[in-house]
Design a binder for this molecule. Sequence first.
Ligand SMILES: C[S@@+](CC[C@H](N)C(=O)[O-])C[C@H]1O[C@@H](n2cnc3c(N)ncnc32)[C@H](O)[C@@H]1O
Length: 226
Amino acid sequence: MLLRMIKDLVSAAPGREAEAPAPDQRAIEARLEALAGDIEPIQGWLHPDTGKLLYHLARAAPTASIVELGSWRGRSTAWLANSVRDRGEGRVYAVDTWKGTGNEEVHRQMLAGYAEGQLYREFIENLRSRNLLELVEPIRADTVTAAHEWDPARKIGLLFIDADHDYAAVRRDFEYWSPHVAIGGTIVFDDVTTWWGPSRLVSELPKWYNLALVRPNIWVVVKQGE
Ligand SMILES: C[S@@+](CC[C@H](N)C(=O)[O-])C[C@H]1O[C@@H](n2cnc3c(N)ncnc32)[C@H](O)[C@@H]1O
């Protein structure tokens, strides 16, 4: 199902001859536009087109356990949580220290003067005010600690990696979390090719990760074995 969905996304890419959308497709597009309007006020870096992609991927994921590494104020979390809601099952596990990424100057500037816990409270409020909190389990920890504490019986359908973009950090996130991804599950790497760390990592993935989709700033791979 996931690969068929990805083929549909590719055939809908700009430059392809567009067919008139079927009525249910129109309903999905209207839903996604409404979500884009609702989520846009949450400050973050995720483009709405990437949000829509995450929504589709989370709906089609082989398990409804969705893990996000790096949530910030909840922009991408909100896309994923709405997907889980529309899917009718599952949960988004949002892993973040909510302290910002130490080596990113823009984070340091944006959090200057912040009180302890303030970013986390903003994240919670952004989800609560959109009735999404019940669909999200915040895990307030660094990504490696959270991986150690993850129940290995709970296979992940979609893993979105968007925490520290430093090469060693993103490599660690992949190594600690990818064993928990279900066969047929998806890993989405943000900031390929704009950041060196994730860009280098995707060039080194084991051969049982099949490249499924490339979008501006995003790589999507499907785990085919281990
Ligand atoms: C680029 S932001 C995430 C943006 C978010 N996905 C969005 O769409 O708006 C990166 C986040 O990763 C978190 N982070 C960085 N390093 C981390 C680590 N080692 N463990 C947990 N969270 C981390 C930061 O606190 C920050 O909130």
